[in-house]
Design a protein around this ligand. Structure first.
Ligand code: ASP
Ligand code: MG
Length: 416
């Protein structure tokens, strides 16, 4: 018997039929003897619909009222799900974030959870009831309703699991787990049985949008075992946990992530003097433009070139800022390219293996793909390439690091 926190996202509760299906599933766990806390999102499309209504009234609604508005979506689903559970003879009670007392800071529309009172939930669990909690919302110290940012129900679920010291936090969604890479790009992509918090954060921040990144950070910090699985299909999904020190033969690379949302800017002929990096990047950050990769070339003739990437939506604005900087600094020219892609290999196994970068560069070179920028961290190597080679690069790396082969081996095991 375990204490489980189960989160169902918008598509899983998108219609009353689907809500009934969720109730069936939850009842089954209850009947097996587990204690269950359920966290739900708003019905799919509902949060967007509410934001749309607000925008009909004003372009930039006040964040406090926005939170009062969008938090209603989840209140609908907790009530409907509790009814569906009760109809099945499964005792249940619904609570909004403020009723639980999920206390957050006062940063409306992207609040952070500070504290959770788990007392009332415990009383219900002890009385044999399923507790149904509205995701995405809380209350600040002065009693204002707050929300946790888009996709925030994942974070609610993990936070409740941490507060209740649950055995597992299960995130039910429309995919059946975390994959070695996007199956739409590589046919042989396969579901990972297990991945570490750190790897998942890298994969998620690189565009594998299965979970809100913040929920994974939270789970890592409090060591909450997190499982991603499908609401519609049976299966064990992907377990996200701490690194298993005793694991035999960890793969060096666990996944290939990629991102087409970036653009590259170069300012060249910059005087190679102290402070020039600051003078280039400060106006960019002052303009609220986030910078990802940064490369500065070795100076020649006291001049250097400086390249960095930004989100593609910020490309035009960043270029304008850079043009001004170039004039001030007496730099030679500003260039840029918005048709780039970033491809990364991710794996905790890299820490203990040399030559991973070489293997990556070899795989790309064999396909004749030119690398424009490189950046590395302890468990990740990223390269920027021409967008048109993205799919080729992902496929080449997926097979170079044996991620295809694992699929084949698993098939063989299944058949034998
Ligand atoms: N309903 C909110 C959203 O659409 C929160 C969530 O789904 O996690 O962003
Ligand atoms: Mg969601």
């Amino acid at each position: 018997m375990a204490l489980l926190v189960q989160k169902f996202g918008g598509t899983s509760v998108g219609t009353t039929e689907r809500i009934e299906a969720v109730a069936e599933k939850v009842c089954r766990f209850r009947k097996e003897g587990h204690e269950v806390v359920v966290v739900v999102s708003a019905m799919s499309g509902e949060t967007n619909r509410l934001i749309g209504l607000a925008n009909e009234i004003m372009e930039e609604p006040t964040p406090r009222e926005m939170d009062v508005l969008v938090s209603t979506g989840e209140q609908v689903t907790i009530a409907l799900l509790s009814m569906a559970l009760q109809k099945r003879g499964c005792e249940a009670r619904s609570y909004t974030g403020s009723q639980v007392r999920i206390v957050t800071d006062s940063t409306h529309t992207k609040a952070r959870i500070k504290q959770i009172d788990e007392q009332r939930m415990r009383e219900d669990l002890d009385a044999g009831r399923v507790v149904v909690v509205a995701g995405f919302q809380g209350i600040d110290e002065s009693g204002n309703i707050t929300t946790l940012g888009r996709g925030g129900s994942d974070t609610t679920a993990v936070a409740l699991a941490a507060a209740l010291k649950a055995d597992e936090c299960q995130i039910y969604t429309d995919v059946d787990g975390v994959y070695t890479t996007d199956p739409r790009v590589v046919d042989s992509a396969r579901r990972l049985k297990q991945i570490t918090f750190e790897e998942m954060i890298e994969m998620a921040s690189l565009g594998s949008k299965v979970l809100q990144i913040r929920s994974v950070e939270f789970a890592g910090k409090y060591n909450v075992p997190l499982r991603v699985l499908s609401s519609f299909q049976e299966g064990e999904g992907t377990l996200i946990t701490l690194e298993d020190e005793n694991a035999m033969e960890q793969p060096v690379v666990s996944g290939i992530a990629f991102n087409r949302d970036e653009a590259k800017l170069t300012i060249s002929g910059v005087p190679d003097t102290p402070g020039s990096a600051l003078r280039i990047l400060k106006p960019v950050s002052d303009a609220n433009i986030e910078v990802d990769m940064i490369v500065q070339n070795v100076g020649e003739d006291n001049r250097t070139a400086f390249t960095f990437t930004v989100h593609r939506n910020d490309f035009k604005r960043a270029k304008e800022v850079l043009q001004r900087v170039a004039d001030e600094l007496g730099a030679r020219e500003v260039g840029g390219d918005s048709k780039i892609a970033k491809v990364s290999i991710v794996g905790v196994g890299m820490r203990s293996h040399a030559g991973v970068a070489t293997q990556m560069f070899e795989a790309l070179s064999n396909e004749g793909i030119n690398i424009q920028m490189i950046s590395t961290s302890e468990i990740k190597i990223s390269v920027v390439i021409d967008e048109k080679y993205l799919e080729l690069a992902v496929r080449a790396l997926h097979s170079a690091f044996g991620l295809d082969k694992l699929a084949v081996e698993e098939e063989a095991v299944k058949r034998s």
